[in-house]
Design a protein. Structure first.
Length: 345
């Protein structure tokens, strides 16, 4: 069967491995929650919010992002936020998503960490039973805060672990990269590993290749979030390729945060051709102008990707996930069937 590029992408089964649930807050929901919770936000109209989405760099985005998250106050808010993302994910044919969440963004404002966990988990469990939507939760530490703060967050979250073993599988690291290298968090990640958590970290989004080495060698990450700044270090590129360490790349995010000037200048296809395990993800979709399929379309159009390339990217997303092997095999089979029956017109 012949289909258009956008239909091929839209119907392709895929996993999303780099999505900040707080970053999926659409302006409409920001306004609704601000009203419900009587929280002041620095905007009076939805157009004003969208106009503010002209970022210079990661820092200018994070300033707006943290202002937006202030509207999230209750378990219901986190539930509604997650439910909205999951509904969109299902429409985009995402079968499995591993959601990042940042408790420190909320506990600093007096929101109980249990409300954050419970709201997100409720929406994910509902989607699992109603639509077979598979998911995991990855708790991230904010790297602009101290390691001590990260330890406190981990300690505060641990009593919630027993109730969330079906979802909470990993620990990650996000927020502003420059000046906050992975090694700053070596001890808290040692502890997280000893506790049996899967480990990921943002590294090499804006920061240098050394940060990626630190994520690999000190934090012992299984995946690198972004990682695109690896290219200036030949030995690192070789290492990532040889060990098939997945990079969770977010093309529209990189464009919007001026990491690349245009999508045609992005290095992800070059890295893919060099044998790296590249996946495509949306990061903070409303802020960066697109959900996962928009990211796929932008890259496929800019680089004239073939159906085979797109299928490879989707395969990588399932293989790199923290789902169990049996489940991964089912998805990979489904992709094979999909690829056998369709071609891009
Ligand atoms: Zn991210």
């Amino acid at each position: 069967m012949k289909t258009s590029l956008s239909e091929f992408i839209a119907n392709l089964p895929k996993a999303e491995l780099h999505l900040h649930i707080e970053g999926s807050l659409e302006p409409e929901m920001m306004f609704a929650l601000a009203k419900r919770n009587s929280v002041k936000i620095p905007f009076t109209t939805i157009d004003e919010v969208r106009a503010a989405y002209n970022f210079r760099d990661l820092k200018s985005f994070l300033d707006l992002y943290f202002a937006g998250t202030a509207v999230l106050q209750t378990e219901t808010d986190f539930y509604e936020l997650t439910k909205a993302y999951v509904e969109k994910a299902i429409t985009d044919n995402i079968r499995h998503s591993e959601l990042f969440f940042d408790p420190q963004t909320h506990t600093d404002r007096g929101v109980p960490i249990s409300a954050v966990f419970a709201g997100i988990a409720r929406a994910l469990r509902e989607a699992r039973s109603s639509d077979g939507f598979s998911s995991k939760m990855i708790m991230c530490f904010l790297r602009h805060l101290s390691e001590e703060d990260a330890f406190e967050t981990l300690q505060a979250a641990l009593p919630l672990r027993a109730d969330h073993t079906d979802l909470w599988c990993g620990v990650g690291l996000d927020s502003s990269e420059f000046g906050n290298p992975p090694k700053k968090f070596s001890k808290v990640f040692d502890m997280a590993r000893e506790l049996g958590f899967r480990i990921v970290a943002h590294a090499g989004e804006e920061g240098p290749p050394e940060y990626i080495w630190e994520a690999l060698e000190i934090l012992k990450v299984e995946r690198v979030d972004h990682g695109i700044k690896c290219e200036t270090d030949e030995r690192l590129v070789k290492y990532l390729a040889e060990h098939r360490i997945p990079l969770t790349v977010c093309p529209l995010s990189n464009l919007k945060l001026c990491v690349v000037k245009k999508i045609e200048e992005h290095n992800l296809v070059r890295l893919l051709r060099s044998g790296l395990c590249i996946t495509i993800n949306s990061d903070d979709p409303p802020y960066f102008g697109g959900y996962i399929n928009d990211n796929f379309i932008a890259v496929a159009s800019a680089f004239n990707l073939t159906g085979e390339d797109l299928v490879d990217l989707a395969r990588n997303s399932f293989r790199s996930s923290f789902a169990d092997d049996e489940q991964k095999m089912k998805w990979l089979q489904e992709i094979d069937e999909y690829a056998d029956n369709r071609a891009i017109d």
